[in-house]
Ligand binder design. Structure first.
Ligand code: SF4
Length: 367
């Protein structure tokens, strides 16, 4: 039997403790999870469950929901019960909602120590209740809501300040013998964020939840998150990730999954290898790549499809892929597993590639 080679990764995962968020394992013994957050009013149960279903379908592993009011807290039990993926309740300001979320059956609760009044006094009680219910926590430190004591000490949200806040809260939970929590130290500046996580990774074996907070609209947020997550993940740091975008949450999940796939931290699915086009192109490469991408949307199979604009690099790349086209002279040479299987007129390239991709996907399922 052939032994399947594991794809290379840039660094081994940093060793962490492990625990569960619902039925999803978190920590270095488990694969890195992709998270997102709903944008619906949590108390609008149908809309929230609908969005969770969409997120689940787009490959989200864990979903977070805001819980700012009594009505939201009351909606948590049904949301936690009906969601297909574990639900994390996001709590700021009001400790009473932490207790409500634990009782509601959420997989975890995110607490922001900078925003919960008299939080330190309540740690013992929260720890006991979470333990009794098998619920884990995230200590979510955020530059925008750093504990006032640390703002006074450092003047602004420096990496040291973020880490000190996190380590302080972690210590309080551990004093109460509670260990099932991950930590985040988010900042909107990727450089400060990376420095904070690097520092935090040295201080304990907590799983770390990566996020560049308020990263911005889709383009900027994607770049910021990819840069920062890439820097950390390439050092083995990071156990769950959330790409924050001012865009529909399913987009965050797509970016998160693509990021992990690009670093071989998750099995690659469909990959379109397309050239940037240049003065030699004999076909509209952008349109061809877009049409093929749209036609194969949702395909889960690990296919590499090459879309190349001319014969310079075209045949070479197309041959290396599972499937590909090298275009020229109004025609497309279609390659499957390195062999030219046919040449089709330009207007049939897209449909032929999609047909062949589906055929290869079927073969993969049978083998
Ligand atoms: Fe230019 Fe051809 Fe390379 Fe595409 S494959 S970038 S068209 S040389």
């Amino acid at each position: 039997p052939t032994v399947k080679e594991e794809p290379p990764v840039l660094a081994p995962r940093r060793k962490t403790r492990n625990f569960m968020v619902g039925d999803v394992g978190v920590g270095s013994d488990h694969q890195i999870s992709v998270q997102s957050m709903t944008t619906t009013k949590t108390h609008d149960i149908n809309a929230t469950l609908q969005q969770i279903a969409e997120l689940t379908a787009s490959g989200c592993d864990i979903v977070r929901v805001a819980c700012p009011t009594d009505k939201d807290a009351q909606a948590l039990p049904i949301i936690a019960m009906k969601s297909q993926i574990p639900v994390i309740a996001d709590i700021h300001f009001q400790p009473k909602y932490v207790y409500a979320a634990i009782e509601a059956g959420c997989g975890a609760v995110r607490v922001n120590p900078g925003n919960i009044r008299k939080f330190d006094d309540q740690v013992g009680e929260i720890a006991k209740m979470a333990k009794d219910h098998g619920v884990s926590l995230r200590i979510g430190v955020n530059a925008g809501s750093l504990d006032k004591r640390l703002m006074d000490k450092y003047g602004k949200a420096t990496p040291e300040a973020l880490v000190e806040s996190a380590v302080w809260e972690a210590g309080l939970f551990e004093e109460h013998d509670f260990h099932d929590f991950k930590i985040s130290v988010k900042h909107s500046d990727p450089v400060i964020m990376v420095q904070a996580y690097q520092m935090l990774a040295e201080r304990g074996d907590w799983p770390l939840h990566l996020g560049v907070t308020e990263a911005g609209p889709a383009f900027q947020g994607t770049i910021k998150s990819a840069t920062a997550f890439g820097a950390l993940l390439s050092q083995g740091i990071g156990d769950t990730i959330r790409v924050s975008l001012s865009a529909p949450p399913a987009e965050e999940v797509k970016v998160g999954n693509q990021l992990l796939e690009s670093l071989n931290l998750r099995p690659r699915k469909l990959e379109i290898v397309s050239c940037p086009s240049c003065g030699r192109a004999q076909v509209d490469v952008y349109k061809l790549a877009d049409d093929v991408t749209a036609g194969l949307e949702g395909m889960e199979h690990p296919l590499r499809v090459a879309v190349m604009g001319c014969v310079v690099n075209g045949p070479g790349e197309a041959r290396d892929a599972d499937l590909g086209v090298a275009s020229g002279n109004g025609k497309g040479q279609i390659f499957v597993k390195g062999e030219v299987i046919k040449t089709v007129p330009e207007d049939q390239i897209v449909e032929t590639l999609i047909e062949e991709a589906n055929r290869l996907a079927e073969q993969m399922e049978l083998s």
